[in-house]
Design a protein around this ligand. Structure first.
Ligand code: AMP
Length: 373
């Protein structure tokens, strides 16, 4: 209820936008993050400055919070389990256990009746060779845990790629997965939320364009047929029920040219591809997450306006700032990160559009995102 406290593990931009939205509803926010004055810390009532896995810090966070949530999947599960008797953790730990490990996640998805890329568990170079003989080239070698934005994975096109030193680095993790290639036409995602009463909210399908495995643009609604979009939303909802989900979940999908949908990944939190919802929907993904973890009733989501979201990475910050003067209708978001780094997500821009092609051209014409690297 308003006046009570939501504790967030992780203080990045997702935590920041979750916190901002919860502040509108009158909640107090406390954030745990090792970086003083982190993005979420800037808008929270309080920040505990400590590593994410610091047991004492998590205990302090639990003691000061009524509801605990997180903004990324690499949360220390044992530390969460240890405080579960003292604070409500609506999302539980099972969701994290499944989604933080690619092998468990894909196995769960297949059991829930979803199609995924074919996959084989890999623990050694011998396993890798056997897995390639099953799946063929191209294929993708990934660490089961800890990877993000293309880190911890490598596409293998031919036998000579096995000599790439990256292969050894990934094998050193000891718990890897080899995935067969999905020849997709486009990548999409659907945000879905569910509360303890079983209400769900499903967002429209977002079409995601990646550059260097980092999200570059999201286009909503995705350029797929209404029938495919409906199926994508139904699949997301089915996954939410199978997980007994509380809170929001990002469901990343591959869509092939014949409309087949493969589930790529699950993100048990708000997702970059859902940022457009702040301006384009009747409720944002952050507001819905807050409602879901507090067991408020969940609304039907409406897209109020088609939108394009473009990410502002470190190399785009200077150019994006210059655009503020000339783009009065663009919604500029800056996460307030102190250190600007190449490929670091620093902010995003949402543009409500009546003419998608024209808007995509307008973004191109700025030349801010000209260099794909
Ligand atoms: P992931 O971290 O699993 O989301 O992978 C990052 C990106 O690599 C995806 O967004 C895809 O563009 C590409 N990718 C990953 N796995 C596959 C696959 N099995 N088949 C085709 N493309 C893939």
């Amino acid at each position: 209820m308003p006046g009570q406290t939501i504790g967030i593990i992780g203080g990045g931009q997702l935590g920041q936008m979750m916190a901002l939205s919860a502040k509108y509803a009158g909640f107090k926010i406390i954030v745990l993050d090792p970086t003083p004055h982190c993005p979420a810390g800037q808008v929270a009532d309080e920040q505990i400055v400590a590593p994410y896995a610091d047991v004492q810090a998590i205990e302090e966070l639990a003691a000061k919070s009524d509801v605990l949530t997180y903004e990324f999947e690499n949360v220390d599960l044992k530390a969460l389990d240890d405080v579960a008797d003292r604070v409500a953790i609506p999302q539980g730990t099972e969701l994290l256990r499944i989604t933080k490990n690619r092998l468990r996640e894909k196995t769960f998805l297949n059991q829930a009746g979803m199609k995924t890329a074919p996959f084989v568990a890999v623990k050694s170079r011998d396993d890798l060779v056997t897995a390639i003989s099953k799946l063929g080239y191209p294929c993708v070698l990934k660490t089961c845990e800890g990877g993000y934005d293309g880190h911890g994975q490598l596409v293998l096109h031919q036998q000579s790629d096995l000599d790439n030193p990256e292969v050894e680095k990934i094998l050193e993790f000891g718990d890897d997965i080899l995935e067969g290639w999905v020849d997709f036409q486009l990548e999409c995602s659907v945000m879905v939320a569910r509360n303890a009463s079983g209400d769900t909210s499903v967002f429209p399908v977002s079409e995601n364009i990646h550059w260097n495995e980092i999200l570059h643009e999201s286009i909503v609604p995705a350029r797929i047929s209404p029938a495919t979009a409906k199926r994508a939303q139904e699949m997301a909802e089915k996954i939410a029920h199978a997980l007994d989900l509380r809170g929001i979940l990002g469901v990343e999908m591959f869509v092939t040219s014949d409309g087949e949908i493969y589930i790529n990944e699950l993100a048990p939190r708000p997702h970059n591809s859902g940022h457009y919802s702040i301006e384009a929907c009747n409720f944002s993904q952050f507001a819905i997450h807050d409602r879901a973890i507090c067991n408020w009733p969940l609304p039907k989501i409406k897209l109020l306006h088609p939108a394009v979201m473009v990410n502002v990475l470190g190399q785009h910050v200077a150019g994006a700032k210059e655009l503020i003067a000339t783009k009065p209708t663009w919604h500029f978001h800056d996460y307030g990160k102190a250190e600007v780094r190449h490929n670091r997500k620093m902010g995003h821009i949402t543009i409500l559009t009546d003419d998608l092609e024209q808007t995509l051209k307008e973004i191109d014409d700025t030349h801010v995102w000209r260099d794909k690297h």
